[in-house]
Design a protein around this ligand. Structure first.
Ligand code: KG4
Ligand code: ZN
Length: 337
């Protein structure tokens, strides 16, 4: 079964074609056209600009991905995301499904991040359930109890900024560029992560929620004090990056294992842009030495937004595709579990 995955929820136009044959996952093509350079000059994503760029990019990208291939099913991101960006992918998918007369399946972008680790395997592998899923992206920080495909419960989430958003905002405070996550993690390699003791918001709270805006504000006040003294050296910038990153990761890892303990799960799924962070992976592995759970971590090429993870969920849920009345499908910017 050949599945076309289309993803346009934010600032990446992405399409992928996957052939699912028996238990084999053959990724025929996985194209991501990033708009980062365009949005960099604004220091963040401008929704109107993003949508316009999607409309320009999507057809040439599909043409490149498909050639003369007609897929058996189309999977498309329905939400969450920027409404105008989502519309481009969804309307394109509906048009293709109509002209080819093939089924269309709407996919939850967050669910796709959850399962993206499966793409590393090149075949459907057995996995342990129940599991706790940690989704860390630019817009979301969520803990999900996973009991099966489509069987999810949101058990924790951020009350303000998402983890990726905090990386982006801290980078912006220091004029380091956009997106901040990769820049901060790169600078951190040469920084002293114990130099500044930033707060670990909500680390000891009895619930499974997160809060990152206080951490960002702590960095802001620290900078306010240090910049006028002329002490914001290149080394100090690296130390701030490393100290901030350590604080954010400590909270993420702590709460993930707290959830794992609470729900007595057998595994942890990780997904979303921030899962490209090597220190996060290292910290999860270290903490897991006390728990010995199965860790399912996405390959770096599938951590950011991509069409392959959308096609994958299309496959996992393909039986639902026939039932859906896709003609009436609309994008849902606030779609959640
Ligand atoms: O999942 P994603 O590509 O898009 C959304 O669905 O939001 O996540 C993007 C986020 C951005 O905030 C970016 O700064 C962050 O992921 N990110 C990272 C790293 N690479 C990307 N954060 C920390 N460390 C990284 N290496
Ligand atoms: Zn995403």
């Amino acid at each position: 079964m050949k599945i076309l995955g289309i993803e346009t929820s934010c600032d990446e136009t992405a399409v992928s074609l996957i052939d699912f044959k028996g238990s084999k996952i053959k990724i025929l093509c996985n194209l991501v056209s990033s708009q980062i350079e365009i949005h960099q000059e604004y220091g963040g994503i401008v929704p109107e600009v993003a949508a316009r760029k999607h409309t320009e990019t999507i057809m040439p990208l599909l043409d490149k991905a498909l050639g003369k291939t007609k897929p058996d099913l189309i999977a498309v991101t329905q939400g969450p995301g920027l409404i105008t960006s989502l519309q481009v992918g969804l309307q394109t998918a509906k048009t293709l499904a109509y002209s080819w007369q093939i089924p269309l399946l709407p996919v939850n972008h967050l669910e796709a991040h959850l399962w993206s680790w499966l793409l590393n395997q090149e075949k459907m592998v057995k996995y342990q359930l129940p599991a706790i899923g940690l989704i860390v992206s630019g817009g979301h920080t969520e803990l999900i109890l996973i009991k099966g495909i489509g069987k999810y419960k949101l058990v924790g989430q951020t009350r303000d900024d998402a983890a990726g958003e905090a990386f982006d905002k801290v980078a912006k405070l220091m004029d380091l560029g956009y997106p901040g996550g990769p820049i901060i993690s790169h600078l951190s390699q040469k920084g002293d992560s114990d130099k500044i003791k930033f707060p670990r918001p909500m680390i000891d709270s009895s619930d499974l929620d997160f809060s990152f805006s206080g951490l960002k504000t702590a960095v802001k006040y620290f900078l306010k004090e240090i910049v006028p003294t002329g002490n914001l050296s290149a080394q100090m910038t690296k130390d701030i990056a490393a100290s901030f990153q350590k604080a954010a990761i400590e909270v993420l890892v702590n709460k993930t294992f707290k959830a794992a303990e609470k729900f007595k799960v057998k595994a942890i799924f990780l997904g979303g842009g921030v899962s490209a962070n090597d220190q996060l992976i290292k910290a999860l592995r270290e903490k897991n030495q006390d728990f010995n759970l199965d860790l399912y971590l996405p390959d770096k090429k599938y951590t950011g937004d991509n069409g392959a993870m959308i096609a994958l969920v299309g496959y996992l849920k393909n039986k639902e595709a026939k039932k859906k009345n896709w003609q009436k499908l609309t994008a849902d910017p606030n779609l959640n579990f």
